[in-house]
Design a protein. Structure first.
Length: 75
């Protein structure tokens, strides 16, 4: 199984800023939280409970973030 690269310190910081920014939509914040949780190898059940996103969507979202950057959180 091919593994994705880990987030860099800068990427984690960028996602954390989204979470802390009150002007962001709830969807953007949940997406940023999901990417951080996946990177931390949090159990899929916990991610589903906290964000409402299933395992497949969470990994897809992380992949899109690594490819597209912050724009992936807005789509």
């Amino acid at each position: 199984m091919k593994r994705c690269q880990k987030l860099t310190v800068e990427q984690r910081g960028e996602l954390q800023k989204i979470i802390e920014n009150n002007e962001r939509s709830a969807r953007e914040i949940k997406r940023a939280q999901t990417v951080i949780l996946i990177d931390a190898q949090t159990a899929p059940k916990i991610i589903m409970t906290l964000t409402g996103y299933n395992r497949v969507y969470a990994f897809r979202l992380r992949k899109h973030y690594l490819e597209q950057g912050i724009i992936a959180m807005r789509q």
